[in-house]
Design a protein around this ligand. Structure first.
Ligand SMILES: Cc1ncc(COP(=O)(O)O)c(C=O)c1O
Length: 384
């Protein structure tokens, strides 16, 4: 292929690569599954655990400061305000909060992504059995965002879509879809799990009501922590749901029995004691992204995936990820037509190259600390 390895990363790759010990033993290209914890996150979690062991308890005020700092870092990453950020345990919880706080009425309908990840499907099926579901595929949206408009009528209450599809890697245009939802007065719920940390985002520009993502994939964070953005406009008219004692605006705990007012911010959907190990790990990951710059992270991921796509563009392969950068993020999925996916997957595994096998397709998902040489190694094995 005539791909020229031109634009290299605009940050000190060698330095950042050292933060990922996984690189010593593996060619790790599996961030759409799980991201390895960087050293600063490991250190911060360990230090907190050691303090627990030595001190027994840590002041609530200190935890509040940690939470608020991490909230601000999240807000910076999304270009929104800290008041619009709520910590969640996983992406599912974000979707469930959206479902519970939207004022559904009899006869409403909703639009879902048919080939989306089950996180953004099952809660709707289980929790809203009587609301009509209308389905659209990621490929239909890719071909024409108006495919959504065609499914909307006066009774459409919400649209719930995956920002980046877990299988084919298609990235939908949040600005265009947000505009459609805004014009029609429909709630827009986005599962951002396969995009956040891999590609740039500006939620101020996009009319998204709910956007959620957990930490352990592209954000490289720990399990059991994630973020839910709820826009200020949306926050003002939601139904009460997932509320608990820490949803109230406590200044201190000297007087437990006088009722305290409900927080007006998105933090009111954090009902009780938070996952501080998760938050402290996430804080370090967000710092890393903001230090390097998410635009540079994205640019390095495109640099690697452009090369991969160019190498598998022969008739020997079927690639289901779009070629254009604007239509994908960090996932590239393909199969070799003359070989079973399982065979290639095992061969890569034997050679310590970690990828995923999904529905017969090899799913490759490199991050900013991967190198062109690693992609070359992968290509050599799959072409052999
Ligand atoms: C698009 C998408 N959303 C969400 C998840 C995971 O959801 P949760 O954080 O609720 O486990 C995945 C996992 O593969 C995913 O691909």
């Amino acid at each position: 292929m005539n791909y020229t390895k031109t634009k290299s990363q605009k940050f000190n790759l060698k330095r950042y690569r050292k933060l990922f010990p996984v690189t010593k033993d593996y060619i790790y290209l599996n961030h759409a599954s799980t991201g390895p914890l960087p050293i600063p996150a490991v250190k911060a979690i360990t230090q907190l655990a050691q303090r627990y062991a030595k001190e027994g308890s840590i002041e609530w005020e200190e935890y509040e400061k940690l939470s608020n700092r991490t909230r601000q870092l999240t807000a910076k990453m999304l270009n929104v305000t800290g008041d619009e950020i709520c910590f969640i345990q996983n992406t599912s919880q974000g979707i469930i909060i959206a479902i519970g706080t939207i004022p559904w009425q009899d006869g409403d309908n909703l639009i879902l992504m048919q080939d989306g990840f089950p996180t953004n499907l099952y809660p709707f099926l289980y929790l809203l059995p009587n609301i009509e579901k209308r389905y659209v595929t990621s490929s239909e949206i890719l071909a024409d965002p108006c495919s959504i408009t065609k499914r909307i009528d006066k009774k459409t209450k919400a649209i719930a879509l995956d920002w980046v599809n877990f299988l084919n890697g298609i990235k939908i245009d949040l600005t265009t879809i947000g505009q459609i939802a805004k014009e029609k007065g429909i709630y827009l719920i986005i599962d951002g799990m396969q995009g956040l940390g891999a590609t740039t985002i500006d939620l101020k520009k996009s009319y998204v009501d709910f956007f959620c993502a957990a930490a352990p994939k592209w954000l490289l964070g720990p399990h059991g922590i994630g973020i839910l953005y709820i826009s200020k406009k949306t926050l003002s008219h939601l139904q009460p749901f997932n509320l608990g004692w820490l949803s109230a605006d406590w200044k201190d705990f000297y007087d437990i029995f006088t009722p305290k007012p409900l927080k007006t911010t998105a933090a009111r959907f954090e009902p009780g004691t938070k996952n501080y190990f998760g938050i402290v790990g996430l804080q370090e990951c967000l710092r890393l992204f903001l230090e390097i710059g998410i635009d540079k992270v994205e640019s390095q991921i495109y640099h690697l995936t452009d090369y991969l796509i160019s190498e598998i563009s022969s008739s020997k392969f079927e690639t289901i990820t779009p070629r254009a950068r604007s239509k994908r993020a960090g996932i590239v999925s393909f199969r070799r037509k003359d070989k079973a996916g399982q065979e290639l997957y095992l061969k890569l595994k034997q050679n310590r190259v970690v990828v995923s096998l999904r529905q017969e397709y090899l799913r490759i998902s490199p991050h900013f600390y991967n190198t062109i040489e690693e992609i070359e190694h992968l290509i050599k094995i799959i072409k052999d």
